[in-house]
Design a protein around this ligand. Structure first.
Ligand SMILES: Nc1ncnc2c1ncn2[C@@H]1O[C@H](COP(=O)(O)OP(=O)(O)O)[C@@H](O)[C@H]1O
Ligand SMILES: [Mg+2]
Length: 318
């Protein structure tokens, strides 16, 4: 869909970021990005995951050219943003977090207008194709103010695509969107990616990154604290976790002593969480240890450690 317009960079990197700093100088100096380096492979769905205030929006706004960096190098589709400001801007389509829809235009008008703004020659306008892609064909002539939240977001994605950028950046694309609609939007993003578009998205929803992304970078306080394929990130931890709920919230000193044999254990009132790697300690051994205590178990369940646990542990340690 985009290859015919944009030749793939030799190094197969959609984004190259090196030693990027952003310091906002308000009343106090705020280091929003603190020495960020990362590469986004062509064709990936790359998730930039991090808590609020981590620096996600700052990073993507620098990439898309709406915020100036303090220092560092950024290449967008091989183009250095300092040398090729205009062209590098054309290589990305941005879907902002806010639903900034022109309420008095129809989706069709919105896309036509936007194509004109990007100086796309009229013969190359993709309005109908993009409406079709985002399932908005039957809403083409409806005033945008009448569109539902999900349709508006899809329209924003279409709008980001009018100039056929090889990279689409979505800033918190499903923030405040209910679970069912989120799932539907994810499928649209996957569809777009299958057409060859590299997708970078920021999110603070772990399930979103886990479901959608093939690469995940975790950013915290302006620093990258993890950056790898989802598979490798998830495999970092073979851990499982046992959740135990006790009938009362009294864990005696003696019980705690007994449990010391199990390394990674967290106790909060009447909840006990035991992290373990089945390769190193068996479930059986753990249960034996628990039976030696006087703990009264109300409920017990186990779960594989998913991204959430890895994330929480990483954020905590940094
Ligand atoms: N325009 C700005 N002026 C000053 N500080 C800002 C500005 N935008 C963001 N910040 C600060 O930079 C840090 C990172 O913010 P942001 O990039 O919005 O994080 P995120 O998108 O991960 O929530 C925060 O401390 C935020 O307060
Ligand atoms: Mg943000």
């Amino acid at each position: 869909m985009t290859e015919k317009y944009w030749e793939i960079p030799d190094n197969q990197l959609a984004l190259q970021i090196e030693k990027l700093f952003k310091i906002y100088n308000d009343k106090v100096k705020n280091i929003a990005l603190n020495d960020i380096s990362l590469n986004v492979p062509v064709g990936s769905i790359f998730g930039l995951l991090g808590p609020n205030g981590a620096g996600k929006s700052t990073l993507i706004n620098i990439i898309s050219g709406s915020v100036l960096k303090t220092s560092g190098k950024v290449r967008v589709w091989g183009l250095d943003i300092d040398k090729y400001r205009k062209q590098s801007k054309l290589a990305v389509g941005v879907v902002p977090q806010e639903l900034n829809i022109d309420a008095f235009f129809t989706p069709k008008e919105t896309l036509n207008l936007h194509s004109g703004m990007f100086n796309v020659p009229k013969v190359s306008w993709r309005t109908d194709e993009l409406l079709e892609l985002m399932d908005l064909t039957d809403k083409a002539e409806t005033y945008s103010r009448k569109l539902s939240g999900g349709m508006r977001r899809r329209l924003l994605v279409a709008k980001a695509m009018v100039h056929s950028p090889p990279i689409v950046i979505l800033d918190e694309p499903t923030a405040g969107v209910d679970v069912e609609l989120r799932q539907k939007l994810w499928n649209y993003f996957k569809k777009l990616n299958k057409l060859g578009v590299t997708i970078v998205l920021t999110t603070h929803y772990l399930e979103e990154a886990e479901f959608l992304c093939d690469h995940i970078a975790i950013i915290n306080k302006g620093k990258i604290i993890a950056n790898e394929t989802k598979k490798s990130l998830l495999s970092k931890s073979n851990q499982k976790v046992i959740f135990i709920t006790l009938t009362n919230d009294k864990i005696t000193k003696k019980d705690k002593e007994c449990l010391k044999d199990i390394n990674n254990i967290k106790i909060l009132k009447n909840k006990v969480k035991i992290y373990f790697d089945p390769k190193h300690i068996s479930m059986n051994k753990i249960m034996e240890t628990i039976y030696k205590t006087d703990l009264k178990i109300l409920d017990l369940s186990t779960k594989d450690i998913r991204l959430e646990e890895i994330f929480v542990n990483l954020i905590k340690d940094n």
